[in-house]
Design a protein around this ligand. Structure first.
Ligand code: FE
Ligand code: CA
Length: 533
């Protein structure tokens, strides 16, 4: 794309000061350079809009949480923002007046918005914390777009996004990153700043976007409010606090994201209607779940199909990238059976996905004609024995606790071929051979699992933990473990999937450089990743 900021950004090895300057330029450049002209353009698009919405005093600086886009289709994409002049206001309403407000939006292939391809006006109000979710329609396939919002005389930063190819269209190159686990208190968003400088079609965020705790940390980034969040107002403030980070805003403004939640968007290790941490009745937990998922939706670039109803949010869905990739985004929280002790993990009735999602996934895999099938999901898929020698010891929160269903999904992945499971949760990088029989190292490798480390959770990170030696010995199908912070970049072609583990050596202080810790490649038709020097 000649002439676009993406192609003119400094190389990813640039020192962070340069990165920061470019980010600011991308976010603010258009606004500061030609605000008057932009205002005229946006104003013109709004003259035909309804003028019946209540008017009130001017709203100053409402775009403190940035902009985002998400869930691209070949002809549409979600555009997101939330108006919050005082983002941490105690009532969770972001300092907005308690009235309905009109917001104009524009999407354009030109960065100067001289010829917007779509625009409109939407209303938002306190019932949705003045969040805005626009599904911009009528877009061209596999095209780059710029978008922005306006309220009153205030214009948002400019975001960029990209549609997918037409269904079934030939696609020769697809680049995306996986990321997860961005505890605000554990680190600076250095990795997010570097991520914003990549050239990507998509970011898949695999969970723990926020943490629910009252942790104050040690680096001056204590959680607000300074308590474990439970009410709708508290979850809204927590999400707003995370979104005030300019590095996170830059990463959202640079690419469309596809997000799924894991546990900490609500509570550690929750399962369906059951708290893991507290002995409380389901009704009480479901009220908290409703609060958490409503605030989650309000802060994410999700489609109307994901708008929650009470405590339910339909999270699992599929994104299709031409003939190259079918991405199945899973929900491993809302429908799972409660965690059990190891002796019961082989109960054939236990489900992590729930019956409806399980059927939907089976059908989606069976119907797929894509080169690569991807499960974008939260918790460790492959068997992982932590015990040194016999007996065995497994995580109760991962697929190991739902062994029979895991093995059945594994068999379906083997059937479809070229299946890759993408995982977050464990704050570490792994490469894993998914085995036809996890207890038999000589059995066939039938799929690949790539586990992405945390952005920040776990603080600075290390190369490995002492216990990793045991994991590698007890689980010969695990090929690689690394515990630095960062994200994972994936570059896909019809013949190869290249995976780059990109890490930063510290998040306790800002500005650490990014480096390549490891590169692996999966050849089409040959499950399992092999290291590249
Ligand atoms: Fe986490
Ligand atoms: Ca957990």
């Amino acid at each position: 794309m000649p002439g676009t900021p993406r192609s003119s950004t400094p190389s990813v090895s640039s020192p962070l000061p340069g990165v920061t300057a470019t980010r600011r330029q991308a976010l603010m450049g258009a606004v500061t350079l030609s605000a008057a002209a932009l205002g005229t353009t946006l104003g013109a698009s709004s003259t035909s809009a309804a003028t019946s919405a209540p008017r009130g005093p001017k709203i100053s600086d409402p775009f403190t949480l940035g902009v985002a886009s998400g869930d691209p289709f070949h002809d549409s994409v979600v555009l997101w923002t939330r108006l919050a002049p005082d983002p941490l206001a105690e009532d969770g309403l972001g300092g907005m007046p308690e009235r309905v407000v009109e917001v104009q939006w524009q999407i354009s292939q030109d960065e100067d918005f001289s010829r917007p391809v779509a625009s409109g006006t939407v209303e938002t109000g306190p019932d949705q914390a003045h969040s805005v979710h626009v599904e911009a329609q009528g877009l061209r396939p596999r095209a780059d777009y710029f978008y922005r919002f306006r309220v009153g005389g205030e214009i948002s930063p400019v975001g960029r996004t990209r549609t997918t190819p037409a269904p079934g269209a030939r696609l020769d190159h697809f680049a995306f990153a996986i990321a997860s686990c961005q505890s605000y208190t554990h680190g600076h968003y250095t990795a997010q700043a570097h991520l914003a400088q990549e050239d990507l079609d998509l970011v898949a965020f695999l969970g723990d976007y926020i943490y629910e705790t009252g942790d104050q940390g040690e680096i001056g980034r204590g959680h607000l409010p300074p308590v474990e969040v439970r009410s709708l107002a508290e979850y809204r403030i927590r999400h707003a606090q995370y979104k005030t980070d300019h590095d996170l805003q830059a990463a959202h403004a640079a690419f469309p994201w596809a997000v799924v939640f894991d546990d900490h968007e609500l509570e550690n290790n929750w399962a369906d209607d059951t708290s893991y941490e507290e002995d409380i009745p389901p009704e009480e937990f479901l009220q908290r779940r409703e609060n958490a998922l409503k605030a989650y939706y309000e802060h994410m670039p999700l489609r109307a199909a994901q708008r929650p109803a009470g405590p339910d949010l339909h999270l699992y869905r599929r994104l299709v990238f031409g003939n190259l990739v079918d991405m199945h985004l899973l929900d491993t929280r809302q429908y799972r059976d409660v965690q059990v002790a190891d002796e019961e993990r082989g109960d054939p009735d236990r489900s992590l996905l729930g019956a409806d999602q399980r059927r939907w996934l089976s059908q989606g895999l069976a119907d797929s004609t894509a080169t690569w099938n991807v499960l974008a999901q939260q918790v460790f898929f492959s068997q992982r024995d932590f015990a040194d020698g016999a007996p065995t010891d497994f995580s109760d929160d991962a697929w190991d606790n739902y062994q029979v269903e895991r093995d059945a999904v594994r068999d379906e992945l083997a059937e479809v071929g070229n299946a890759v499971v993408l995982t977050g949760d464990v704050h570490a990088n792994y490469v894993v051979d998914v085995k036809a029989d996890f207890d038999d190292p000589d059995s066939a490798t039938v799929a690949t699992e790539l586990v992405g480390t945390s952005f920040t959770s776990g603080r600075d990170g290390v190369e490995q933990n002492p216990g990793d030696e045991v994991q590698l010995r007890e689980n010969p199908h695990i090929k690689f473990i690394n515990r630095n912070r960062g994200y994972v970049r994936n570059t896909l072609t019809p013949t190869e999937w290249t995976v780059d583990y990109r890490v930063v050596d510290r998040v306790s202080e800002p500005d650490a450089p990014i480096r390549d810790r490891a590169r692996f490649v999966i050849e089409s038709g040959e499950p399992g990743a092999r290291p590249l020097v």
